[in-house]
Design a protein around this ligand. Sequence first.
Ligand code: TRP
Length: 303
Amino acid sequence: MENRKKNVLSAIQPTGDLHLGNYFGAVKNWVAIQEKYNAVYGVVNYHTMTMPYKAANLQEATWKMIFMVMACGVKVENLFIQSLIPEHAELTWIFGCTCSYGELARMTQFKDKGEQLKEGDKEAFVSAGLFYYPVLQAADILIYHADLVPVGKDQEQHLELSRNIAARFNRQFNKEYFVHPEPLYTETPKVLSLADPTRKMSKSLGEKHYVNLFGDADRIRKQVRSAVTDTGERNDVMSAGVSNLFELLKACEKHDIRQSLLDDYSSGALKYADLKEAVVEALIELTQPLKENLAAIQADKRM
Ligand code: TRP
């Protein structure tokens, strides 16, 4: 018991194609830690229903996400689909009675997402599901007795709620049944939008802001070549756009090329076109095999 592997739980929503930010920020790390820990990773399609989504596509998007994370190297036996496991919804009900209305009302993500919806449309539909979302997330985590949850800053509050729910449940039922999950912090590269490097790479910003991990090489080439570099404010600090391109080289583990381009930058001899070409090459080298993996998985009739 003492030496058992710790349980890790993480999850991703099936909101469409994976981009470089998802890959470097989450999925690559899932692959890296899946041997060291007893890892379980979910495609959480009930969560996706809390924001506007295309109902007719959700099933397909769920399976596509499974295939994409497998193509990145996640082992199929470590994966689950939230809606196929009734306990997620059942435990959500029980936990809903184990946390208070006030606790949920304090969740900043609920407030942010609610406001985001209202910005686009004053009459926007803010569902009760969006309010309940952190309870479902607590069920995801606690069902698997997760010791550790790899999280970003934006999910810390939800994890804390999961711990409070576990503690309250254990007290009410007078049994140390649920584990208290702790955050697992890992250094992951922060990938910014190529079109607006002051913001995190994200699909919600629009097409030109994110690089699809499974997109074709031509599109990657075009997007990187048109990446914003200097916006000309100051020249004593590296601009966000240039630093983002160096960050991508680092994420792709192109340390030598990165160092030599950094030396050029320091001596003032760097041509941005060369930096961009290096990034293009690194990204194509990274994504080509992933695309082949995905094609093979999708062609596999057992899937
Ligand atoms: N809320 C997470 C997100 O939007 C997704 C998620 C759902 C999750 N359940 C989880 C993450 C359990 C970690 C653990 O990204």
